[in-house]
Design a protein around this ligand. Structure first.
Ligand SMILES: Nc1ncnc2c1ncn2[C@@H]1O[C@H](COP(=O)(O)OP(=O)(O)O)[C@@H](O)[C@H]1O
Ligand SMILES: [Mg+2]
Length: 234
């Protein structure tokens, strides 16, 4: 579904991504793991059309989307749940969700999609008229996911969805991702929580200093000595 080929990204003179290649097959969960500063968000933001790579190619469902404006990338079906639960705090829960359906691809089906999102997150339905800024961290993460789904994506990229959430809420978020995937959603998951993302993913890539240094099945990487020492503290 998504293929990233030899991507280079720079911020000024500083190289953030160095010849990064990866594949996300339809229907799978693919994980990118790596320490803080490894380039995970830069990669997601490049795919989303927010950063402009200096070299390389990004192909989504057969379209070359390299350098495309982010609203056009969204409208082709790539949704993003950005780092830090970005919701509009002074808009209500329902207004936040409706913002997600402004894409041309999603507008006509906004009503049934809203019902699906409420069925998936009953707490959002209970709080539909409440300002998003008054929600708990976990509820805001659910809202961010719900808003992304309102855009009818074929692929959802999650950037650190568990960061800063209590363990019980982390479980809930991961359960949500697994359920979305079971319903057919393709997922690209970025997490510092390496153990969790390797367990969740069919295939994973390890990013260090902007380069892919290892890749394999989540299961294989979980048992790899270098991964265990560097990322799992074992
Ligand atoms: N907007 C930016 N301008 C300059 N440097 C940046 C910017 N965003 C990220 N970086 C740098 O790029 C590198 C990768 O950052 P990032 O992609 O955020 O890593 P991660 O998400 O894995 O923590 C880091 O060295 C970071 O300081
Ligand atoms: Mg990041």
């Amino acid at each position: 579904m998504l293929s990233v080929e030899r991507l280079d990204l720079y911020y000024g003179d500083a190289q953030a991504l160095d010849q990064v290649s990866l594949e996300v097959p339809a229907g799978e969960i693919v994980a990118i793991v790596g320490a803080n500063g490894a380039g995970k968000s830069s990669l997601i933001r490049s795919i989303a059309g927010i950063e402009r790579p200096r070299a390389g190619r990004i192909v989504f469902k057969g379209h070359d989307i390299t350098g495309l404006a982010s609203h056009r990338v969204c409208d082709l079906g790539i949704g993003q749940v950005a780092e830090g639960r970005q919701v509009f705090p002074t808009l209500t829960v329902e207004e936040n969700l409706q913002m997600g359906a402004l894409l041309p691809r999603a507008r006509s089906r906004a009503r049934p999609t809203l019902e699906r999102v409420y069925a998936m997150f009953p707490r959002l339905l209970e709080r539909r008229g409440q300002d998003a800024g008054t929600l708990s961290g976990g509820e805001q993460q659910m809202l961010a996911i719900g808003r992304c789904l309102m855009g009818q994506p074929d692929l959802v990229m999650f950037d650190e969805p568990s960061l800063g959430l209590a363990p019980a809420i982390v479980k809930e978020v991961l359960h949500t991702i697994r359920r979305l995937n079971a319903d057919g959603m393709t997922v690209l998951l970025v997490e510092q929580n390496v153990a969790v993302s390797l367990k969740l993913s069919r295939h994973a890539y390890v990013l260090e200093n902007g380069r892919v240094v290892m890749s394999g099945s989540g299961e294989a990487l979980l048992h790899d000595d270098r991964v265990r020492q560097a990322y799992l503290g074992l």
